[in-house]
Design a protein around this ligand. Structure first.
Ligand code: ATP
Length: 447
């Protein structure tokens, strides 16, 4: 973990937030390379959910949430962790972290009984601060999907089964944020709510488990680092009939990367029962059951039902950490020197190619390198940079370390013979390529 944290800071992937003021615990900033990798990861998820299928729609809902939303979802009552206080040093701990009844900071056994600590952040809304005018910062993106369910369905005419996908920030006032970006107070989730008919939920859970495992493997996570954990009934969240966790061997241990829950009709059902606004699409014949605003019509059986939902919910930050951990490789070269190389899948690499003029500030070389850079950049495959530092060896090392799949050297042959040297990150092999073929070769190598 220390090596990853150090690489992240040194190369601009992840920084402690508010570092100049001593840092804010459980909150991190993604730097120039981190934001690229994170966006690439999110784009890959979005593409697999929305563009590569026709049964899922996207959503970008608000973070500020009406209190009712998290009251009726059950979060006000149950979204808490048991917390114990140390009477000696006044530190606070999640009960499950405390071993043998001893404070983790000072070792004292003078601890309070556990009490429920709600993890939701509250913020005042509007100019007057009072108990009534507040909002929650959402602790999961899912609830807004449920309350937008009817709007999405009406506007897209989707029939069950269909899904709604969303990527966005979530906030939890974790008692002990830890392990770098694994447990945060501000983090990002990629959540799908896939709505099915009651009775089709169990098969749908199995289907999504396979889909999600296969997607993680496409991001470069090896099968041997993944495990499935079938959450036992006494550990299930209040809304879940069954949950399967995709566990990953993080540097600090085997922990949850993604949860796939069968939330049944719990959420749509709860929001339905508590709706005062029972307006329905005008063309729907009203009957008793149709007053359930979030129900859908079964056209064959001519009755109403509340769909069940399967929720694959993945953490962007945990995915980021897992991917870095998998890609991080320390190699000993033939000459005994070491090199750190980040063997990222090309679609995730923050920089796709570095174009390096052999001599710094040489007019002819730099002009050609700029032309090559903008030609490759225009292909829209991600960031291509011009590396005008004049030190090829150093540039190769730096780009190995940040996972750039290709380095393209522009030298005097480039000016005379219209060729460049292309260096592969993993094999370190070099090939000479005609500039006229470069776009095609580049596209093929990045596939
Ligand atoms: P854990 O048991 O580790 O606290 P959870 O079961 O509470 O996780 P879920 O509510 O299922 O997590 O959230 C879905 C996903 O969101 C998790 O699999 C994880 O990837 C991510 N996630 C949840 N809490 C955090 C957090 N505090 N920091 C970073 N990511 C998180």
């Amino acid at each position: 973990m220390e090596e990853l944290v150090s690489l992240c800071k040194r190369r601009g992937f992840v920084f402690q937030s508010g570092e100049v003021y001593g840092g804010l615990q459980g909150v991190y900033d993604y730097g120039p390379l981190g934001v690229e990798l994170k966006n690439n990861l999110k784009n890959s998820w979005w593409s697999s959910m929305i563009y590569e299928r026709d049964d899922i729609e996207g959503l970008d809902a608000s973070i500020l949430s009406k209190p009712e939303l998290f009251k009726y979802s059950g979060h006000e009552e149950t979204f808490s962790d048991p917390l114990v206080d140390c009477r000696s040093c006044k530190s606070r701990w999640r009960e499950d972290l405390v071993k043998d009844g001893k404070c983790l900071a000072c070792g004292s056994t003078d601890l309070t009984d556990a009490r429920a600590f709600n993890l939701m952040f509250k913020t005042p809304v509007g100019p007057v601060e009072n108990e009534e005018s507040f909002a929650y910062l959402r602790p999961e993106t899912a609830q807004h999907i449920f309350t937008s369910f009817k709007n999405v369905q009406d506007s897209t005419s989707k029939q069950i089964p269909f899904g709604i996908a969303q990527i966005g920030k979530a906030f939890r006032n974790e008692i002990n944020p830890r392990n770098f970006i694994f447990r945060l107070r501000e983090f990002e989730q990629m959540e799908l709510e896939y709505f099915v008919r009651p009775g089709e939920d169990e098969a749908a859970l199995d289907y999504w488990r396979e889909q999600r495992l296969s997607w993680w493997k496409k991001q470069g996570i090896s099968s041997s680092s993944l495990e499935i954990y079938d959450v036992p009934p006494d550990e299930l969240a209040h809304y879940s009939k069954r949950t399967i966790d995709i566990m990953y061997r993080f540097p600090h241990g085997l922990e949850e990367l993604e949860g796939i829950a069968n939330r049944t009709d719990f959420d749509l059902g709860s929001h339905t029962k508590n709706q005062k606004d029972l307006s329905l699409s005008a063309n729907i014949k009203k009957n008793d059951e149709s007053t359930m605003r979030l129900a859908v019509q079964d056209l064959d059986a001519k009755k109403w039902f509340v769909p069940y939902v399967i929720e694959p919910s993945a953490g962007v930050d945990r995915g980021f950490l897992a991917i870095l951990n998998e890609a991080y490789t320390l190699e000993v070269l033939a000459d005994g020197k070491e090199r750190v190389v980040l063997k990222l899948r090309p679609h995730l690499s923050p920089i796709k190619a570095a174009v390096i003029p052999l001599k710094k500030n040489n007019e002819g070389l730099v002009a050609l390198a700029k032309e090559i850079k903008s030609g490759l950049q225009s292909l829209g495959k991600g960031r291509v940079i011009l590396e005008n530092t004049g030190n090829i060896g150093k540039a190769y090392r730096r780009h190995d370390e940040v996972g750039t799949p290709l380095c393209i050297t522009v030298d005097f042959d480039s000016l005379e013979r219209d060729t460049v040297t292309l260096r592969d990150r993993d094999s370190m092999e070099q090939q000479t390529v005609a500039i006229s073929d470069l776009k095609q070769t580049y596209s093929e190598l990045l596939k």
